[in-house]
Design a protein around this ligand. Structure first.
Ligand SMILES: [Zn+2]
Length: 253
């Protein structure tokens, strides 16, 4: 792929970075990512990946835009209320960057269909809002050996987890939880969330995805990053591998 004059200007601020340059930009345009969930996390993730020139984006959300989403889901506007999020987001993303391919999924009939889509991309951003779905995505990414950048936010707290399924010694998302127990699911609709906190986590997800696609700096794979928004304090720790984890413990295969 050779960049044309229009692309050289559009992506000039990327290209000026020595970590990206023209070669990196060409690589981004040849890369693909799936953004699952187009809420407060997915809004900045999808927007920045599209704007940065990731060449093929698969975006997925089954819900419709509700007026209560607009406090933080910045990819949407009041005119989108009632529209499916994947359909509305695709229109906005193509306004930002009409030169990339965007596939919007407003419905998935099965876990197998989700697996098929995940198998077509280089990396997955989990921007969903419930633990059950997160664990399904984690398990599929692990078996497909697809990098996973998972974000979450509630109230004024956020977290980011990066999973590299190609590292046999690395943890997965399920390692965080005792998976056979009932999991309490705290939701934004019950507890509230500060818009910029969920946006900040989404921006970090997008940053990490671009870093991974371009092999920039140090990967955060196997790390858990937590953000305490009330005091604006960050913590980055190793996520320990749970040797009883049914997803990533090779002995259970
Ligand atoms: Zn695990």
């Amino acid at each position: 792929m050779t960049l044309n004059d229009n692309q050289l200007i559009r992506y000039s601020r990327n290209i000026l970075l020595s970590d990206i340059d023209i070669v990196g930009q060409e690589k981004l345009l040849s890369s693909s990512a799936m953004v699952i969930g187009l809420g407060g996390l997915g809004s900045p993730v999808a927007s920045y990946l599209a704007a940065s020139g990731v060449g093929r984006l698969v975006i997925s959300d089954f819900d419709s835009v509700h007026i209560s989403n607009l406090q933080r889901q910045t990819i949407f506007s009041s005119k989108n209320i009632g529209e499916n999020k994947a359909v509305a987001a695709k229109k906005r993303l193509l306004e930002i960057n009409p030169q990339i391919e965007i596939i919007s999924l407003s419905k998935l009939s099965s876990t197998e269909e989700l697996r098929e889509w995940i198998s077509t991309v280089d990396i997955v951003a989990d921007c969903t809002d419930n633990l059950g779905t997160r664990l399904v995505i984690n398990d599929i990414c692990f078996s497909e050996k697809t990098m996973l950048v998972s974000g979450a936010a509630i109230k004024m707290d956020g977290q980011l987890i990066v999973i590299d399924p190609t590292n046999p010694d690395g943890p997965c998302y399920r390692c965080l939880y005792n998976t056979d127990e009932d999991l309490e699911d705290d939701s934004c609709s019950d507890s509230g969330v500060l818009g910029p906190i969920v946006g900040a986590v989404g921006c970090l997800q997008a940053t990490e995805i671009l870093k991974i696609l371009l092999s920039i700096g140090t990967s955060s794979a196997g790390k858990l990053i937590t953000i305490d928004g009330r005091h604006l304090e960050w913590l980055k720790i190793d996520l320990p591998k749970n040797l009883k984890c049914k997803t990533c413990n090779q002995k259970n295969d």
